[in-house]
Design a protein around this ligand. Structure first.
Ligand SMILES: [Zn+2]
Length: 456
């Protein structure tokens, strides 16, 4: 079909960074001449194409045109595409007015094609709730979300529990305690595996019982706190590769991990070279941060604003610490973004061999201090490329990539893990030296990282 060829041309143009304005104009002209159903498909596809190329303004424009056509057509196939184009833009740029608008449009479309749009509507409503103050609009939105999730008929849905809990908190905040209790009691009455949302339900129920002077309050707290400890315990997700990367004597290249992997397991960036403040408490962005790794005291944030089981799962608006149990500190990683790339000290010999250099020569090139071969960035770039090529050739079947020996992010292990290196003061001191160099003396960074790996 003519318009399918036009779409393909637009895609090819976008992929090679050409100006596609003229192609789009032609495609839209074709769309105009077609019936409503084809128009819907053309604009929905254009919205998706622009979405994929991060041109959200154009994506949104075509999503709107698709919706206009959707009213005239009665084809469900592209409705979800349109909705996702609208939503993707919201994710990057939350605008309450637009979000409300999109929900209204999607709700109207969902009346015709419910199942295609349920996911979009649920996401959009959850996002709206997070952005709204505790008011009547938020309550109406939350009720609509609960209803939508209930319609799926799966009562064990974690999202459904979360949404019900948010509704309970809202009801408590607006002094409708009995209604909140009724919903929370329903959640905890069902036998189900412990989850974050279930513990939150116990927290809300405890708060409501306590306010009512109910005898069952302490039993609810006890049960809820036990579940909280279970939920916050070391999860099954495996982070051995990241620990291996820190502790392996010669990680090259199988045990090297990518910077993306380090960021993936990290709960926040450690940046402050000072680990403790003058009162001896962990600094906000330091190595033992409660904001990143979790609280030191059960259900208590760093500033003391949140201090009881009732706040379980809430993030303190002042110190940003989550009121959960200290068990999080046994498995949460942090990370340090290095202000310049450094060579993994335990890989120098292997990397040098791969590049046909002596370790000394490699050190000279990668110290990145002096302009070498047209500047430090060029040196790093060329080594990276040669490692990628050579690494791929020499270690074709092996896991890991040789160019990950050039470090951009460092993992910070969970401070309370059983065998955490952070339990040793010399490791804390070595990490502090890395953070200090990272902040104010980049030329000393390589030396500091070398010393850190010696201390580990
Ligand atoms: Zn706080």
């Amino acid at each position: 079909m003519k318009w399918e060829a036009a779409l393909a041309e637009i895609e090819a143009g976008l992929a090679s960074f050409q100006d596609v304005g003229r192609l789009v104009e032609r495609c839209v002209a074709i769309a105009q001449a077609e019936g409503a159903r084809s128009r819907l498909r053309i604009h929905a596809r254009l919205a998706q194409i622009f979405d994929e190329h991060a041109d959200f303004e154009s994506a949104r424009g075509h999503a709107r045109l698709a919706i206009e056509s959707a009213d005239a057509a009665s084809d469900a196939s592209d409705a979800a595409l349109v909705a996702s184009s609208l939503q993707r833009r919201d994710v990057f740029e939350i605008d309450l007015e637009e979000l409300r608008d999109n929900i209204a449009i999607a709700a109207r479309m969902a009346a015709t094609w419910p199942s295609e749009l349920d996911d979009y509507l649920a996401d959009a409503r959850a996002q709206l709730s997070r952005s709204l103050p505790m008011d009547a609009e938020r309550e109406a939105n939350e009720r609509a979300l609960v209803e939508l999730l209930e319609r799926r008929g799966d009562d064990s849905l974690e999202e459904l529990t979360s949404s019900r809990v948010r509704l309970c908190r809202l009801l408590l905040a607006t002094a409708r305690r009995d209604e909140a209790i009724a919903i929370a009691e329903r959640i905890v009455a069902r036998d189900r595996p412990p989850t974050f949302a279930l513990v939150e339900a116990y927290a809300v129920l405890w708060e409501a019982y306590r306010a009512r002077g109910d005898d069952d309050a302490s039993a609810v707290r006890e049960r809820g706190a036990a579940l909280a400890r279970a939920v916050d315990s070391v999860p099954e997700s495996n982070t051995d590769d990241v620990i291996g990367f820190l502790l392996a004597p010669r990680p090259f290249p199988e045990q090297l991990v990518s910077p993306e992997r380090v960021v993936e397991v990290s709960f926040g960036m450690v940046a402050d070279p000072a680990t403790r403040d003058e009162r001896g408490r962990p600094t906000e962005d330091g190595l033992l941060s409660e904001k990143i790794f979790g609280p030191l005291a059960e259900f208590t944030c760093a500033c003391g604003e949140l201090s009881s089981f009732a706040s379980y799962g809430q993030q303190c608006p002042r110190c940003r610490v989550e009121a959960r149990t200290s068990r999080l500190r046994q498995w949460r990683f942090g990370s340090i973004r290095l202000s310049r790339p450094v060579m993994h000290p335990r890989c120098v010999t292997a990397v040098a061999a791969l590049l046909d250099m002596s370790p000394g020569e490699l050190r000279d090139v990668t110290s990145f201090d002096e302009p070498v071969l047209g500047g430090p960035l060029d040196a790093e770039q060329s080594i990276r490329e040669r490692l990628r090529d050579g690494g791929a050739r020499s270690f074709g079947g092996a896991r890991g990539r040789a160019d990950h020996a050039i470090l951009e992010v460092l993992p910070v292990p969970p401070p309370d893990a059983e065998r955490s290196p952070l339990r040793r003061p010399e490791v804390i001191a070595a990490y502090e030296a890395v953070l200090a160099a990272n902040r104010s003396d980049p030329a000393a960074l390589q030396g500091a990282v070398d010393a850190l790996f010696t201390a580990l």
